[in-house]
Design a protein. Structure first.
Length: 293
């Protein structure tokens, strides 16, 4: 499933194509994805200008001139493809042919600038929802989301407050979307390794008896921001079905230290450990028992 860096990469790829132009028409080629489309979905989007394109956690948010916000989620395999009649007018640099079976093109946005943006989703776990802008923050998808890990809020002190008193494993607490929104399995594994913290330790162990962040909490706050920022800069991680909007693949997976590297030597300088894998809450956790404590 695309994680926060992949979704942010898609947002940045779609922004120059969609923002500031009009949606002239929409082709809705099936009645539903994970959920049914909103009633009169193509009609409600027709002739609307895209004022802005944001992201909250793993959701894309297209702000429309109608006063609605189009919430889009990529699910497991969702991707967007930008196409133009004249390829010279398509924004971005294109190195690869776009992936995806075109039989799974479910929504096509025709734009006033001559571009088309197609949503392709083989597994159909993604979805699109229209919400009045005034109700966005109270919408069930958005209301209970925690802080943004790439925002200015996340520091050691806040991390300590979020984790205080929690006996759940640290990895599980970090993936709780009500605490920190957008963190997923891959980048939590990577951040914990950089911080030298075991994914199995109690989340509350990041807090001293005086309620202050430990040295580990300070390392972790920095590691979370760094690993996400590097992944966004690298274009996201091209795992299985993920591709950038222009069809090119992200490449941050080549820089993974632990994820999917079971039995490989630990890359931490001076560590003689080996990357191991265990299952937590049905997900694979990759870590080094020698240097993550």
């Amino acid at each position: 499933m695309p994680e926060l860096p992949e979704v942010e990469t898609v947002r940045r790829g779609l922004e120059p194509a969609m923002v500031g132009t009009v949606i002239t028409s929409v082709e809705q080629r099936r009645p539903n994805l994970r959920f049914p489309f909103p009633a009169n979905f193509p009609d409600r989007l027709r002739d609307q200008s895209v004022i802005g394109l944001g992201r909250r956690a793993k959701y894309l948010l297209a702000d429309l001139s109608s006063g609605d916000v189009l919430i889009m989620h990529l699910g497991m395999s969702g991707r967007f493809l930008i196409e133009a009649k004249d390829e010279r007018s398509r924004p971005g640099v294109y190195h690869y042919e776009a992936g995806g079976d075109r039989r799974h093109d479910h929504v096509v946005f025709h734009l006033g600038n001559g571009l088309t943006v197609t949503y392709n989703d083989a597994r159909r776990f993604g979805f699109m929802v229209l919400v009045p802008r005034a109700e966005l923050l109270q919408h069930p998808l958005i209301a209970k989301l925690g802080i943004e890990p790439l925002g200015n809020e996340l520091d050691a002190e806040l991390l300590a407050r979020l984790m205080a008193g929690r006996q759940a494993p640290l990895k599980a607490a970090l993936m709780d979307q009500g605490l920190i929104s957008g963190l997923g399995n891959i980048y939590v594994c990577e951040a914990l390794h950089r911080a030298g913290l075991s994914p199995a330790r109690a989340a509350g162990s990041l807090v001293t008896t005086a309620g202050r962040p430990t040295a580990g909490a300070r390392r972790l706050a920095i590691a979370i921001r760094d690993v996400l920022s590097e992944a966004v800069a690298a274009g996201g991680s091209s795992l299985r079905d993920y591709a950038q909007p222009n069809g090119s693949l992200g490449y941050f997976q080549h820089g993974f230290r632990v994820y999917d590297r079971e039995r490989e030597p630990c890359p931490t300088p001076g560590c003689r450990g080996t990357i191991a894998r265990m299952t937590q809450a049905g997900r694979s956790t990759f870590f080094c028992a020698s240097c993550q404590r």
